[in-house]
Ligand binder design. Sequence first.
Ligand code: AMP
Length: 284
Amino acid sequence: MQVLTTKENLVRQVEACLRQNKTIGLVPTMGALHEGHAALVRRSVSENDVCVVSVFVNPTQFNNKEDLQKYPRTLEKDVELLTQLGAHFVFAPSAEEMYSAEEMNTEFAFDFNGLDKVMEGKMRPGHFNGVVQVVSRLFELVRPTRAYFGEKDFQQLAIIHHMVERSSMKDNFGDLQIMDCPIVREASGLALSSRNQRLSEEEKTIALNISKTLFASLEWAKTATVAEVEKRVIDTINAVDGLEVEYYEIVDRTTLQPTTTFQNAIGCITVYCGPVRLIDNIQY
Ligand code: AMP
C-alpha cells in the first residue's frame, strides 16, 4: 500500500489504473479509523480492482474551531489498519495541498435543494458546503467507479446522492455509483464513531442510552404517532444525567423533510454526551 500526500501523485496513480481499465473504489474518511470505516474499506476492496482511502480532516466542514482542533488524528495507526485491510492507496494531503487560500476562506456554493436546511445543516451552518467541496474534489481527483459512505451520517449520504444524481454538478462524475453502507455498532449498540475516543468509560456507558432508546422507539412506533415518538425519544434521553438531545427528527428518507407517517421514515438524532457531540439514526 502506498501513502500519497500530493494531488499530483494521486492523479498519476489514478491515470495508470484507468489506462489498465481498472475499477476504482473510493472511501473518503477523516481518519481515526474504526470498524465502521473498516467495513466500508472491506467492501470497496472486494468490489473493485483498486481501493483508495482518503484520510483528511477537512477544515472547511467544521463550523466549530475547538471541534476541529480536538478531532483525533492517528495516521500511523490508520495506515497500519488499511494495509491489513488490503487498501492500495491512502491519500492523506495537508489542508494547503487540498485548497488554495481563497477556497479555504470562501463558502463553497452549491444548490442543496433544501437538504441543508434541516437537522445537521441547521445546527452546523456551512458544514455541508464543506462536505460537498471536499467530496466533489476527491471524486474529480480519484474518478472512482464506486464511492462508499456510511448510513451513520445519513443526511450527508442523502446530500451526496443529490450531488451525484440530481444536482447541476452531476455530469462531472460520470457513472459513479454511491454505495450506502449500514451503521456498524458495538455489541452494546453504540454506533461506532471517531468521536467515541473522546468519551470516558463512564460517558460511554451513559451514551448507550441513545441507541437503546432508538431501538425501543421501533416498538413505540407500532402504536404511537410520529410526534409522540419524537417526544418520547427526546424525553427519555434527556432524563439521563449527562445526555442532552440537540434534535431528534423523524423525516422522509429522500427529502429529509418532516413526515407524519412511518413509511420511508428515518429518525435522526444528535446528542451531547458531556462536550462530545454524537449522532445516530434509526430506520422505521
Ligand atoms: P468520518 O471519518 O467520520 O468522516 O467517516 C467516514 C465514512 O465512514 C463516512 O461515510 C461515515 O458515514 C462512515 N462511518 C463512520 N462511522 C460509521 C459507522 N459506525 N458505521 C458505518 N459507517 C460509518
